[in-house]
Design a protein around this ligand. Structure first.
Ligand SMILES: *Cc1c(COP(=O)(O)O)cnc(C)c1O
Length: 406
């Protein structure tokens, strides 16, 4: 069946799917294998919200099939909330990069996590075991029980003891936002037994770590970060086996947190440069880590063993003054873009977490989190250097700063 629709799920596509290839090759080819046969080079963007059909009996049968197992529809998706061919290309590519059977995309990372929680609690499995730190809003969603879940916080060694008959999910982040703490994924997966382990792989990306190969059943990304890579797309995605993907598609259909096709296009395009971006930014980050570690104005530097482009550090002086003084680096939350961003987690990304819980997770008031981009390392260092000086000597003069910039 040679059809422009849902290239990921057609049998013709499976037939021509080549043997597994290197990540760098998959990054530019996965989800696009059918294009040349169609006489296309760039993937088409399908903005349809509905799909005409003269055969409503056939449509009824396809909707019944989706209701049964949530498998991706063969042929046109009937309606935009059931699927989208452009988004399906991104899902195919991300699944290939993470080494999973499937991936399901959502409107944001938090929409993706919400769908996972809903899938599990719909089975009566509303208890979650989680390890801090997590991204601030993930922590908040679990702690506040906004979706009816109940959380037990523990350390990796306490996971097995924290499991209950109604535990539906174990959740970890590694490296974690914002301390870059790492957990041994294989050991954690073992401790989970038959309870699905969800690993938030936003910081590592599949370039540095593929959690499914270490026993994670669900791999979550805020695709807003490295997968998109240019600070202009909000998205989330869960890579997992086909059984869980079916449930996630059913929840996505029923709750509506779908990804826009234009975002799907931008994410597919972002994936093609992901390995190059992550490797280049990581090399710069490693050099900045060396300079920060040797700097007397810096009390402590956090950098994961697996590397990456995220660096966190604690200053002796005023962290707010450092944020107020950067000029080349952008003082903003989020991460994974081509340009370098810095933020103060206790004020922004993790503000929503109770102060005692935040500090208990190692997110101190002097901690700064930096997402290293693709700029020249010496230009970045000279900006950091003058900002660290401001942090040492004075609190930020916000009024003077605005006058200087205007
Ligand atoms: C940003 C982030 C999220 C949330 O993703 P959104 O796309 O902002 O909804 C989840 N986990 C981590 C590690 C993040 O950095």
């Amino acid at each position: 069946m040679d059809t422009p629709f849902n290239p990921a799920s057609t049998s013709a596509y499976d037939a021509v799917r080549p043997a597994p290839r290197a990540l760098a090759t998959e990054a530019v080819h996965a989800g696009r294998e059918d294009l040349a046969r169609q006489g296309l080079h760039a993937p088409p963007i399908d903005l349809s919200t509905t799909y005409p059909s003269y055969d409503s009996r056939a449509e009824a049968a396809r909707i019944d099939a989706f209701a049964a197992d949530g498998a991706e529809l063969d042929g046109p998706p009937v309606y935009g909330r059931l699927g989208n061919p452009t988004v399906a290309r991104f899902e195919t590519a991300l699944a290939r990069l993470e080494g999973t059977e499937a991936a399901v995309a959502f409107a944001s990372g938090m929409a993706a996590l919400s769908a996972v929680l809903l899938v599990r609690s719909a089975l009566g499995l509303r208890h979650v075991v989680a390890v801090r730190p997590l991204y601030g809003c993930s922590d908040h969603l679990l702690t506040a029980g906004l979706l009816g879940s109940e959380v037990t916080w523990t350390d990796p060694a306490g996971i097995a003891d924290a499991l209950r008959p109604d535990t539906g999910l174990v959740m970890v982040e590694s490296p974690a936002n914002p301390t870059l703490a790492e957990v041994d994924l294989r050991a954690v997966a073992h401790a989970c037994g038959s309870v699905p382990l969800l690993v938030d792989n936003t910081f590592a990306t599949p370039v540095l770590q593929r959690p499914a190969g270490q026993g994670a059943r669900l791999v979550l990304h805020s695709a807003t970060k490295y997968l998109g890579g240019h600070g202009d797309v909000m998205a989330g995605v869960v890579a997992c086996d086909e059984e869980l993907a079916g449930r996630l598609r059913q929840v996505r259909f029923a709750t509506g947190g779908v990804l826009h096709p234009l975002a799907g296009y931008l994410l597919l395009r972002g994936l093609s440069t992901l390995p190059v971006r992550v490797r280049a930014a990581s090399a710069t980050a490693a050099e900045l880590v060396a300079r920060l570690t040797a700097d007397p104005r810096v009390a402590r530097v956090h950098y994961p063993r697996i590397g990456g482009a995220m660096v966190s550090f604690e200053v002796h002086g005023d962290p707010h003054a450092v944020i107020g003084a950067v000029r080349l680096i952008t003082p903003a939350v989020s991460l994974g873009s081509v340009d370098t961003l810095i933020q103060h987690p206790a004020s922004i990304s993790h503000r929503i977490v109770d102060a005692a819980d935040r500090r208990g997770a190692g997110v101190g008031d002097r901690l700064l989190r930096m997402s290293v981009g693709l700029e020249d390392v010496d230009d970045l260092w000279s900006d950091l250097d003058q900002a660290l000086d401001r942090g040492r000597t004075q609190a930020p003069d916000v009024k003077g700063l605005h006058e200087a910039l205007n």
